[in-house]
Structures are given as C-alpha cells and as structure tokens.
Write a protein that binds this ligand. Structure first.
Ligand code: ARG
Ligand code: ZN
Length: 880
C-alpha cells in the first residue's frame, strides 16, 4: 500500500486569521456551464498584525478571471493565484476592498459540494469547505461576515431566486433575465452561505414568535409535490414553538425557508434562514412514507431549525469543535422528539442507534474523540461519535448538574457567546460558572476516544442488612491513545425489591451518590449501602445515563425479574434485551459447534407476556420484541465473527419465540388491525410497529408467506406495505408471493424515486449468498443512478452496512463488488464514497478467512490511482 499521508490538521496549530472580512457581497450570474461570480470583500488586517502579513485565501479548483483592490486591477506581480490559493503578499492598506471574479460550472459538479445543479435546480452545499469552490475566501468558521447576495438568472430557468437572510430587492432585466438581492444582517461563517435558484413549488406558512413578530415560512419542493410538504411545515412550526418554550430561543429573521433537493450528500443543512434538505427528509404522505420516515422528517426539520442558535448565532471556532454545534443540536432534537412523542420509546430508539453506529466506530480503527485533535479530511468527521456521542455528553452534563442548572448554563452560553465562534472549553465553562463545579475530569468525555466499560458485581448480607456494589472502570485503548485517564461516569441506578418497589437504604459510602446517580470517578469503587432490609435486584445505567458498556455479574433470575418489574422503562427494556443477547450468543456458539441451538422456555414465555401487556405502550412492546440485530450480536461477541452462524442463531430464536406464542401473537395481530383513517402520530405508529413485528414472527410459522402476502395486499399505508414486503423478501426469498409483491411494488411506484429506494433497500437486505448478484443486477435498473446519493445509499449502502450474510459472503464476492462500486462512486462523489467505505471498519473482528478477504478489498481501494483525500483517509485509517 502506498502511504501518502497528506496534510494533517492539528488542533494545537490553531491561530486566529491575520485578516478579517466583516462584509462580503456576492453577485451570481447563473448559467449551467458558466456561472460568473463577482465577490467584493471588505478585508481588514487584525489589530496588532504586521503589515507584512500576506493575505492568503482558500480556493478549490478555481480559476481567477479578474482581481482588483479599491477599484484598481492588480498587476500580475501583486498576487499569485492557483486553483487552491490566492495570495496577496503585501496588501497595502489596513482595510481595503478586494474585488474578485471567478467562473464555475454547476452542471458538471457531481461532488455535490459548492454550487451544483440537482434536477435543474441550482443549489449549494458549503459545509465544511465548499464555499472555496465558489470563490476565494478565508473559508474557516471563525471568519464571520455580513453577506449581501445578488442573484441573476434567466426567468424561464430560475423563476425563484433564494439566499440567506431577508429579501431586499428584485426586478426584471432585459433578455428574459431577472434578479433578486438578499441581505443577512447576522455575521456568519462561509459554511452557512446558501443559494437556491430554479422552478420550485411553494408551501407557505407563518409563525408568530414569542415577542409577537410574524415570520414568513416557505418550503420549496419540486412542482407538483407541494401536498407532500405539509407534515414538514407542521414539524417546523412545532420546532419553533418548542425552542421558545424549552430553551427561550426566538427566531431572528423575517423569513425562514426550506428547500428540498433530490441530490444531497447528507440529510440536510442549516444555512442561515435557508435550510437545504435532502428531499427524503421533507416529502411524506401515508402512501409514500413510513412511520420511520415521518419521525425522521420531524427530527431533522427540528435539528436544522435548532442550529439557528446552536451553530449559527454561536458557531465553531474551528472544525475540531464540530461537536459544539452538532452534539448539542442532536441533544436538542432528541429532547424535542421525546416531548412530541413517547420519551421512553424515544430513549430506547436512541440507544439502539448509538450502539449500532457509534459503538462500532468507537471500538474500531476509525475511533476518535468527540472533539478530535487531528484530521486529514474534515468531511470524514461528521460521524456518529461527533453527533450521537456528542449528544450523550451534553445529556450527561444535564444529569450531573440537574435540569435547572443545565438550563441556567445554556442561558449563559447564549448570552455570553452570541455572535461568536466558540470552543468546547467555553461551552464547559458556562456550566462551571453557573454551578461552581469543576468539570475538568468530565471534560475527558470530549477528549478521549473509546467506550468506557464498567464491571459491576454485587453482594447482599441479610444479617447485616448490607448491600455492596463493586464497580471498576476501564477505558480500552484506541488508535494513537494507548493510555487512558479515568473518567467521571454518572451511573444512574436503582435497587429494586419485591413487586418492583424501590428498596431504601439508610446510608451509603464509597462513592458520591446523588439523585439516584453513582458518580464513578476512580478506577474502583466499593459502594456500601447500609440499612437495606431485603435483597435487591440492581438496575444499572438507568435511562442509559452514560454511553458505556456494562459487564455485570447478575443472575439470570434477577435479569428476568427486572425485565418484568423495573420501574425505569429503559432499564426494563434493557434487561429483556440483555437476556435475548445472552441467549443469542450462546446459540451462536452452539451453531459453531454444530449443535442445534436451544433456548430456555421462560425466555419465549416472557416475550409473549410483554407482547400482550396492555400496561405497556405498543411502540415499547414492538421495540422489546425486535431481536438484537445481527451486527449488534456480532459486536457483543467481539471477535471471530461468522455472520452465517449469527444469522442461524437469530433465526432459531425467532422461530422459537413465534412457535411458543402463536395464539397470543395472532390474536394480538388481529386486534391491532387499522380501523380509522391514517394519522402519523406516535401512538398510531406504535400500534403499526407492534402489528408489523408480530407479522414478522408469524411469517415464520406455516402459512407465513400467505399471511404476509395478505398483509401486503391489505395495506393502506407505506408502513404496512413496506413491512410486509420486507417480511416476504427477507423471510420468503424466491417464493412466488415474494416475487409477486416485489413486482407489484415496482409497478406501483415506478415514477417515484424516493419510494423505489425502499424497493432497492429491501432487496439489498435479503439475507444470504445470492444477494450480491441481485444487487449487481439492480445497479443496471433504469431507476438506479450511481450519481445520486440516495440511490447509492439505498442499494449499495444497505447491502454493505445492513446485510451481514450477503455482504460478508465467505468467498469474498461481496467485498469485491463493494470495492469496485466504492471506486466507481468515488469518481464523481468522494464524500459519498468515503462514507460508504466505512462499512468495512470492523473487518478485524471477522473470522480469519473473511478477514483476509476484507483486507484484500480494502487494499484494492487503497491502491487505486488518484484516490481522493476523502476515501484515502478512510481506507488508510481502516487498514492502519
Ligand atoms: N451541518 C449539517 C447537519 O448536521 C451536516 C452537514 C454535513 N456536511 C458535510 N460536508 N459533511 O445538519
Ligand atoms: Zn447538525
């Protein structure tokens, strides 16, 4: 392998820029192949910087057409321009106006960063470093400027012209052209710049803020799709209200616009006053979107809106601080969804996601701290660690300080840092200042990578009425951090007695215990509870108070007891999930030893009891009944992974549960049939989720394919239709009913790319060795396009990240197809290719034969010519 490390950016190298740009005006004359951009920068040398300091602006693939300072064209000797850099060695004045002209070709921009065209709509994506593909600039988040943007285009091509801030002027020009001018009074970094122009349909709304200002809301979609934007509009209004009520944050411009585009590298982008979204996270109705889609739309609309304060009003000093805006904003959108839906169910779903995406990252070669200290390519750090673990860290701050002090700290943060580009140190300081506490040890959550583990054992002495917990912490080594410091872990817990009642204690020593939380700070704590009158079962990490793994020596009896009686709904779910995981791991070993997996009868019985427990929300029951995924089981096993054996073990448990509960499951399945008209609310979605998981079990019994086929035919919404199709395709692959349903679905949604993505996704997820050929064939389907990120993620992303038996085919064909495809995607879109390539990050946990084949595939990528910085960074770290 060629190791070409490229430039490494280091946190300790940060220094403020010598120059500031308090104002910028941009003038775009749009045309698909030759867009002219005229930029006028007000440049100011920072106080105290020597006059000899050169001005160095970033570029990326730019051609400079014209350059002038204060109206005078510069002579060739007065500047140097390369595609990547514009240098003015000695600007004459302390403050001057710099005028630049560049030309770019949006139509041929397939990387989807900078200014590009998607479906004939001009749009931009500038985070993290896309602005430099539009014009030369100090493209770093600590340069805050007031933007004025003029856009000019042919009216026929782009009747709508949008940018950040408030509209100030528009007019008609000769030759069928027109223009609009936008002004954003809030200084912002370049990554928040946006422009959209095209022919789009509008859904209008309005919101009156807490101080009585009326804000005009607009959601722009492909013409004809307006009726699919109603749910997003409603979610936006609810988000605006919630941020006022819960964080005291009011919106600050006269307009707030959202545009849905069909080619987008990520989910969405929080550009000031002009959010740009992947249309997948805007468009929805019952015919085309599942309940999960509705929930995602609500969460992402909220997330981007919440960035207006956590990200835009207060931004990041440098990209190392990305979690300052992302972790905090994810925390805020999680809380929003918890308030809009069911808090208990939301929490379980969050933890499942964290474990599925962040844990493997933290436990593999791509591990990095929530606030990294090094990067080669910043786009590769929009990760589950920065986002999801970053959110958990904020949640722990609230757990440790209590909700009132947390809110006071947030208020101080907004007051103290409004209009600034801040750091994690400054964020932590506000909480120290409002409480007088020292968060130095806690801060390691930002600085140290890896998932901490707590090993816990307990003992009870009836005669002495003493209960003892022994807790030991360890943080595993991660790349470039072999020695770890001890963390401050807030471990919420409960002592649970007969019937689920809390067991009281008289005194506790050995650790600080407050409000149901043990503060683990040392390597080892022996926590003595005295005056404990019965032997309790101990419920640990309640509500998932810390993002850790637990190794608990606990009797199965206690685990069964907690799965039925824990008053903390998260821990109750966790207890059952742990029982299932333990059983699956044991079954995996039996399969490897050529034995029939066997399961304790009481496990299946408990599944039946949970399913029918009317005191529990249906959505909760659905989550409890959905078995740990194959990759969850693999992660818990750790090494020597044979995905086929995991699949066999999981299949055997599902069949055992189904067979043992046939009557209860079918009666419940029938009783949950949809009655009234469709509503996307959480309670209705929960009933559908429960019914659909029951279908999944029942489909394993005789006549299962017929049942699923009937479910498919009878479905009146996409949630039920997609669930039935999944059951048919995954459980009954090749059966007549499965083939028919796939064909029916394809015909029905032929013209709807977003819905056909589900069809690609379901087929890419079919377990077994034959799927790789099917996926290869589907890349030739007329609806597939290697240039569209949603298509690529639906087909290739699902196959490589969510199909354990298909992708990890023992002969390596899955990996080979994957390597070829990643390289194919990379020619157009390095960011999407790099993200795709992370699918092999856990290759070292595979059994030796697959491990070797996976390594060959990674090497095949690494050795390809002209690899992008994005993909090179991922494969080299994965192989290192
Ligand atoms: N800030 C956006 C969000 O979380 C994500 C933008 C990601 N951009 C990128 N180039 N990785 O809402
Ligand atoms: Zn974000």
């Amino acid at each position: 392998m060629r190791i070409d490390t490229g430039h490494v950016f280091k946190l300790e190298d940060y220094r403020p820029s010598d120059y500031l740009v308090p104002r910028i005006s941009l003038d775009f004359r749009l045309s698909p192949d030759a867009t002219r951009v005229t930029t006028v920068l007000t440049v100011e040398r920072r106080q105290g910087v020597t006059a000899a300091a050169p001005l160095v602006l970033d570029g990326d693939g730019l051609t400079l057409l014209d350059i002038a300072i204060e109206g005078h064209a510069l002579a060739p000797a007065e500047y140097q321009a390369t595609p990547e850099r514009l240098t003015i060695p000695t600007p004459a004045a302390q403050r001057f106006e710099l005028r630049l002209e560049t030309e770019i070709a949006p139509s041929s921009n397939e990387a989807l960063t900078g200014l590009y065209r998607s479906n004939n709509v001009y749009c931009t994506q500038c985070e993290a470093e896309g602005f430099r593909r539009i014009t030369y600039f100090l493209d770093r988040p600590d340069i805050l400027s007031v933007y004025t943007v003029r856009i000019e285009a042919a009216h026929s091509e782009a009747p709508l012209l949008l940018s950040n801030g408030n509209p100030v002027e528009s007019g008609v020009l000769a030759d069928g052209r027109h223009y609009a001018v936008w002004h954003d009074p809030f200084p912002k970094p370049s990554y928040l710049f946006a422009l959209v122009a095209g022919a789009l349909g509008k859904v209008a709304g309005s919101f009156t803020t807490m101080s009585g200002r009326e804000v005009q809301l607009g959601i722009y979609v492909e013409p004809g799709k307006e009726r699919l934007a109603g749910y997003a509009m409603d979610a936006l209004k609810r988000s605006m209200k919630w941020d006022e009520e819960v964080f005291g944050r009011e919106y600050d411009l006269d307009v707030f616009n959202i545009v849905a585009v069909s080619d987008f590298n990520m989910g969405a982008m929080e550009n000031k006053g002009l959010n740009v979204f992947n249309d997948k996270y805007v468009l929805a109705d019952e015919e085309t979107a599942t309940d999960a889609d509705f929930a995602n739309i609500e969460a992402i609309i909220a997330h981007e809106y919440f960035h207006n304060w956590t990200g835009n009003r207060i931004t990041c000093r440098d990209w190392f601080q990305l979690c300052l805006k992302e972790g905090l904003t994810v925390y805020r959108d999680h809380e929003f969804s918890a308030d809009q839906r069911s808090r208990a169910v939301k929490r379980i779903a969050e933890v499942r996601t964290l474990r599925a995406h962040q844990f493997p990252e933290d436990q593999g070669p791509l591990a990095h701290p929530v606030r990294p200290r090094r990067y080669r390519e910043i786009n590769n750090f929009y990760t589950a660690t920065v986002y999801e673990k970053g959110s958990e860290v904020v949640r722990m701050i609230r757990t440790i300080l209590g909700s009132e002090a947390f809110r006071a700290g947030m208020d101080l943060y907004f007051e103290r840092h409004d209009g600034q580009a801040a750091t994690i140190e400054e964020f932590l300081k506000v909480f120290e200042d409002v409480t007088g506490r020292d968060l130095a040890q806690f801060a390691l959550w930002y600085h140290q990578a890896g998932t901490p583990n707590l090993t816990v054992s307990s003992s009870y002495n009836a005669a002495a009425k003493a209960f003892t917990l022994e807790i030991e912490q360890s943080v595993p080594p991660t790349p470039s951090e072999s020695r770890k410091r001890l963390m401050h872990i807030p471990l919420a817990f409960g002592l649970v007695g007969a019937g689920g009642k809390p067991v009281a204690w008289a005194a506790v020593e050995g650790a600080t215990v407050e409000d149901g939380v043990i503060h683990v700070r040392k390597r080892r704590h022996v926590v003595h509870f005295s005056g404990v009158s019965e032997r309790p079962a101990v419920s640990l990490n309640r509500g998932f108070s810390a993002p850790i793994t637990l190794s608990v020596q606990q009797k199965a009896d206690d685990q069964f007891f907690l799965a039925s009686h824990d008053s903390d709904s998260f821990s109750r779910w966790q207890a059952f999930n742990t029982l299932l995981t333990d059983a699956l791991i044991a079954a995996f070993r039996q399969v490897l030893g050529d034995k029939e997996p066997a399961f304790a009868a009481r496990l299946a019985e408990l599944a039946g009891r949970i399913a029918g427990d009317e005191t529990l929300e249906p959505a909760y029951r659905a989550l409890a009944l959905s078995l740990p995924g194959e990759s969850d089981i693999a992660r818990d096993i750790g090494k020597g992974i044979d995905p086929d054996a995991i699949f066999a073990a999981r299949e055997a448990l599902a069949r055992t549960i189904a067979a043992a509960n046939r009557e209860v499951f079918s009666a419940l399945y029938d009783s949950l049939a949809d009655k009234g008209p469709f509503t996307p609310d959480a309670a209705s979605a929960g009933r559908r989720a429960l019914r659909n998981i029951l279908l999944d079990y029942l489909s394993l019994l005789p006549e299962g394919a017929a049942l699923a086929a009937a479910h498919f035919r009878g479905a009146t919404n996409m949630t039920d239709r997609a669930a039935a199709l999944t059951v048919l395709a995954h459980r009954h692959a090749g059966a007549r009913q499965a083939e028919e349903a796939l064909a029916t679905f394809e015909t029905r949604y032929r013209g709807d790319a977003l819905v056909l993505d589900k069809w690609f996704q379901i087929q890419a997820g079919v377990p077994g060795a034959r799927t790789v050929e099917k996926v290869r064939a589907l890349t030739q389907h007329p609806a597939f396009s290697i240039a569209n990120p949603n298509r690529v993620r639906a087909l290739i992303g699902t196959f490589s990240s969510a199909n354990q038996t298909g992708f990890h085919r023992a002969d390596g064909q899955g990996y080979r197809f994957f390597a070829e495809t990643v390289l194919e995607v990379e020619k157009r879109n390095p960011q999407v290719a790099a993200r795709l390539a992370t699918a092999l990050r856990s290759w070292r946990s595979l059994e030796p034969i697959r491990q070797d084949k996976a390594r060959q595939a990674l090497l095949q990528i690494a050795n390809a010519d002209n690899l992008s910085a994005d993909l090179r960074d991922i494969v080299e770290r994965t192989l290192a």
